[in-house]
Write a protein that binds this ligand. Structure first.
Ligand code: G3P
Length: 217
C-alpha cells in the first residue's frame, strides 16, 4: 500500500519524506487554509520535494471552470494530480483533464456508485472518505471493500486512495482490504510505529547490554 501524506504542512511532509514514508501528498482547500500559505506557492514547494503525485484541488463548481483551474494547477509541476469533486461537473472535468494527460483525483466519494462513475470517467484516483462516514454512524471501511470488489470485477485501473483517515486502525483496515493508497495526516503515520511491547523490550535489551560492559566497536 502506498502512503500519501494528507497535509499542506511542508515541514511535516519533509520529516516523513526523510523517513522514506511518502509516496505522494494530498491537499484540499481546508488544508491550504490550515497551512496559511498561498496555494500555488505551497503546492510548488511540495512538488519539488516529493517525486510522487501531489493532489491539488479545484474550487470551481462548473465543469469548464474546473478544467481551467485544473490546467492552471497542473502547470505547477508534472507530478500534480488535479482533484475534482464527485459531481457530474467534476466527472466531466475529469474526462477532459485525463484526456489531456493529467492525473485526476476524484474526491468526496461516499458511495460505491460514485466510485463506479469516477472509474468510468477515467479517474486516476478515487478518494473515498472513511472518517466522515464513520462520523455519521456508517462504516467507512465497508465502502473501501465495496469499491475494491467492484474495481476488481471489471479490472478498472483507477487507484483506490483511502482518505479521511483518522486512526492507526484505519490504516490497518485499509491495508487488509487492499486499498491501493492510504492518505493520512502526518500524526497518524508517525503513530503507526508505536507499540508498548517494543518500548518495553528495547528498555530490557539496553539494560542487559549495559550489564555486559561491552561495546560494539
Ligand atoms: O483526504 C481528505 C481528508 O483531508 C479529509 O479528512 O478528517 O477532514 O475528514 P477529514
Amino acid at each position: 500500500m502506498k502512503f500519501f501524506v494528507d497535509s499542506a504542512d511542508v515541514d511535516a511532509i519533509r520529516e516523513l519524506n526523510e523517513l522514506g514514508m511518502v509516496d505522494g501528498v494530498t491537499t484540499n482547500p481546508s488544508l491550504i487554509l490550515k497551512s496559511g500559505r498561498d496555494i500555488l506557492e505551497v503546492t510548488r514547494e511540495i512538488c519539488e520535494m516529493i517525486e510522487g503525485p501531489v493532489s491539488a484541488e479545484v474550487v470551481a463548481t462548473e465543469a469548464e471552470a474546473m478544467v481551467a483551474e485544473g490546467r492552471r494547477l497542473a502547470a505547477i509541476a508534472p507530478n500534480i494530480a488535479v482533484k475534482v469533486p464527485l459531481t457530474w461537473d467534476g466527472l466531466k472535468a475529469c474526462r477532459v483533464l485525463t484526456g489531456e494527460g493529467h492525473m485526476v483525483n476524484v474526491t468526496l466519494c461516499f458511495s460505491p456508485n460514485q466510485a463506479l462513475l469516477a472509474a468510468k470517467a477515467g479517474a486516476t484516483f478515487i478518494s473515498p472518505f472513511i472518517g466522515r462516514l464513520d462520523d455519521i454512524n456508517l462504516d467507512g471501511m465497508d465502502l473501501i471493500a465495496d469499491i475494491r470488489e467492484i474495481y476488481d470485477n471489471y479490472d478498472f485501473r483507477t487507484e483506490i486512495l483511502a482518505a479521511s483517515i483518522r486512526s492507526v486502525n484505519h490504516m490497518t483496515e485499509a491495508a487488509r482490504i487492499g486499498a491501493d493508497i492510504a492518505t493520512a495526516p502526518p500524526s497518524v503515520i508517525r503513530k503507526m510505529v508505536e507499540h508498548p511491547l517494543t518500548d518495553k523490550g528495547l528498555a530490557a535489551f539496553l539494560s542487559d547490554w549495559e550489564k555486559t560492559g561491552q561495546k560494539i566497536a
